[in-house]
Unconditional design. Structure first.
Length: 397
């Protein structure tokens, strides 16, 4: 009897974490829309009405991509005199600081010692003098209207953080890493859009997000997911995190599944660290709707569901063999068998360029949850350094 209860509770939690929350979120958003007047964000009448912003980029040995990134940053549809470009290049030894200083209008701050991204952010924020700071990565390229769209959302004084959309540059035919990552981010973007409409996004994407400079809090130097912690601490102070899918940043997918797994393990270790570090946010009586969204969208995926997915395999097999009226358990058992056969198929074809990208979804889903186990080990062993070798990305061409 206990095994049956465990099986059905586990199945319900797994379904809710990955699909059920999205369904409930959509329904809640539809209810909220019913009878309400859509909010209209008015564009400032003139360029003089636009606030000054800082485009803040931390970079480690990004010499090859710097010219393209600088060109992208200076081509954005925003008055150039109202953008301060700050680059923090701590630890770079490939000539990145020197190259950046050759561009007009780029403010470069460099120290020879490499301490990791969050240390560079903590150090660099002292140089930000504008009311809004926009964080972006060196290897991502912003949409032309990204800054204008971000700034427009800050016209609501309750908004403390704005998250842009991360878009993965994919081909018509792609390998497992590109297909899986692209499909995953499309689904994540949809959930973020609904989260934002219901109340608040639960964590910003580091490729492009912004905060009111006055809300900046220095982050612990061992923090792995700086964007997640920074944005949620803003929300914990009573502000909301909004999301605009048209304020986007584009980057290429991981070079291969090995590189994507390396990235996912770091994210998983950081996710576990963040849940523990932000434990007050688990108190739904204190944070209400924000806690509901946070637990549903993040905590279950990082701390609960991956382990239930593992435990449910032997439980389902045992019930399939021994339970009275075992038909339903047999159905789910063979469903699991077929799913993991698709995982193996995706693994065998992981380097092939395939148009039927959905074929890689089971494999990417498995890899995403497998990374949680490895991330937990790294977290417990404290072996995931803030100074890490970034995952290699595919070429943009």
């Amino acid at each position: 009897m206990l095994l049956k209860v465990f099986f059905w509770i586990s199945l319900a939690v797994i379904f809710y974490a990955y699909l059920g929350y999205g369904i409930i979120l959509y329904l809640l958003v539809r209810i909220k829309r019913f009878g309400s007047t859509p909010a209209v964000t008015l564009e400032p009448e003139t360029a003089e009405d636009l606030p000054e912003v800082t485009l803040f980029i931390t970079a480690y040995n990004e010499k090859e991509i710097i010219p393209e990134k600088v060109a992208n940053s200076k081509s954005l549809n925003y008055p150039p005199e109202k953008i301060t470009h700050i680059w923090i290049t701590d630890g770079s030894n490939d000539g990145s600081p020197e190259l950046l200083r050759s561009f007009e209008g780029i403010e470069v701050h460099h120290e020879p010692e490499r301490k990791g991204k969050i240390a560079a952010m903590n150090r660099g924020m002292q140089f930000v003098k504008t009311p809004i700071v926009i964080f972006s990565d060196a290897n991502t390229f912003l949409g032309e209207h990204a800054i204008r769209r971000i700034v427009a959302l800050f016209r609501d004084r309750q908004v403390g953080c704005v998250s842009g959309e991360k878009r993965i540059l994919t081909a018509d035919a792609d390998s497992a890493s590109g297909s899986g990552e692209g499909i995953y981010w499309k689904y994540e973007s949809l959930l973020k859009k609904w989260d934002s409409e219901l109340y608040s996004v639960v964590g910003a994407a580091g490729e492009l997000f912004a905060i009111r400079t006055s809300l900046w809090q220095e982050v612990e130097p061992d923090t792995l997911l700086d964007d997640f912690v920074i944005s949620l601490r803003v929300a914990m102070n009573g502000y909301t995190i909004k999301y605009d899918p048209e304020a986007y940043a584009i980057e290429t997918a991981s070079a291969d599944t090995k590189e994507e797994l390396k990235r996912k393990i770091r994210i998983s270790a950081g996710g576990i660290q963040s849940v523990i570090r932000l434990k007050p946010l688990l108190n739904i009586f204190r944070y209400g709707l924000l806690s509901f969204q946070y637990i549903s969208h993040r905590v279950l995926r990082w701390m609960v569901s991956p382990f239930l997915l593992l435990l449910i395999i032997p439980v389902n097999y045992w019930l399939h063999l021994t339970a009275a009226n075992a038909g339903i358990y047999t159905f789910f058992w063979y469903g699991q068998v077929i799913f993991y056969l698709l995982v193996v198929t995706g693994w065998l074809l992981r380097t092939r360029q395939i148009r039927l990208k959905a074929l890689f979804v089971p494999f990417y889903f498995f890899m995403m949850n497998y990374s949680v186990y490895l991330g937990l080990i790294r977290y417990l062993k404290q072996s995931q350094s803030v100074v890490w070798d970034k995952a290699q990305r595919k070429n943009r061409s």
